[in-house]
Design a binder for this molecule. Sequence first.
Ligand code: NDP
Ligand code: MG
Length: 386
Amino acid sequence: MRLSVLGATGSIGTSTLDLVARDPERFELEAVTAFSNAEALIEMALRLRPRMAVIGDEGKRQVVAEALAGSGIEVGAGKTAMVEAATRPTDLVVAAITGAAGLEPTIAAIRSGTSIALANKECLVCAGSVFLREATAAGVTILPVDSEHNAIFQVFEQDNVERIEKIILTASGGPFRTWARDDMVTVTREQALKHPNWSMGAKITIDSATLMNKGLEVIEAFHLFPLALEQIDVLVHPQSVIHGMVQYADGSLLAQLGSPDMRTPISHCLSWPRRGVAPSRRLDLAEVATLTFERPDLERFPALGLARAALARGEGTTTVLNGANEIAVHAFLEGRIGFLDIAASVEATIEAADRHGLLREPATVEAALELDGESRKLATSLMKAR
Ligand code: NDP
Ligand code: MG
């Protein structure tokens, strides 16, 4: 199988390449991309020998080109090269860039007729319907990498859709699950970056701490599965053993379980509709012993409610939610705003976008990207004004 990996130096990217390295007979790497981590890109390219390696940051072209000189690996830099990497003929593109920055190359891959293993959920939050419309038009498959969606996909009986009552996305609850809201005022970057169960990139780790990640996932699920918003439930499950469930009209509740290791859902996507092999630790349920569940608390974690409300309000609103959240998370990581300011800033940006008449549903991916840009400007200027 021929594969390209966008965001190859990230958490999902390296998990994907770990599976590739374990089965060199089966996988052939076409292109890999990074944004600014030239060192990791070079190391990986020399080890796994893709046909092409692309660095997003133009300033690092030279370093990568020099290190890969004579290796026979083609080197590219910047946006155009990123799109080229995404559109070279392959069987599957793993979309593992973080944020709406991944939308352009991913949509380019779709337009070139390549199926996608989608980790980059922001593509769907930013451009949901138009993104999927393009996938349908191009006749490509979108396979969900996100663990909850992959779990649901594994137990979602396409032939029994009318017998599906609801789906349930589980959430670990993040590091502040049991904290009082007042105590969250002073949360530090380091505290928020300590996820109890999963090891992931910084942006999604902060999203998990605010529960915005689960909100983004509700929006993602709404686009991936033919269900109404009311049929998408969230359940806090601190052990992260059950990743997702589907409830049927006969009372059956089907679930997928596994240790928290993204190599399982990634492997599922790389082998679908068959099954592959992944080295993830096998679950010993006797050792786990207890699984617990709680309803999410929207008072302490308003981001989840904001995301649901945005989806109910229409797609322009989720585009703005996503852009504003990216700006706010970045500002929190740089120490410019507090933890509770993240959700507050997203809410303020949506209200301001409404006042500016921006909450229109984007008719194309390009319109979604334009609205994404507007929302970022708005979020930045509101932050400065505070
Ligand atoms: P990371 O931050 O670990 O990696 C992001 C990757 O994208 C890196 O290769 C990075 O390059 C590249 N990148 C970052 N910004 C840009 C940009 N502007 N243009 C091009 N490339 C860029 O993220 P994760 O792997 O954690 O997450 C990736 C996506 O998968 C996210 O959308 C996340 O929500 C989703 N996801 C992740 C899960 C996880 O377990 N990590 C689970 C479920 C979903 P560089 O290294 O050079 O900066
Ligand atoms: Mg997830």
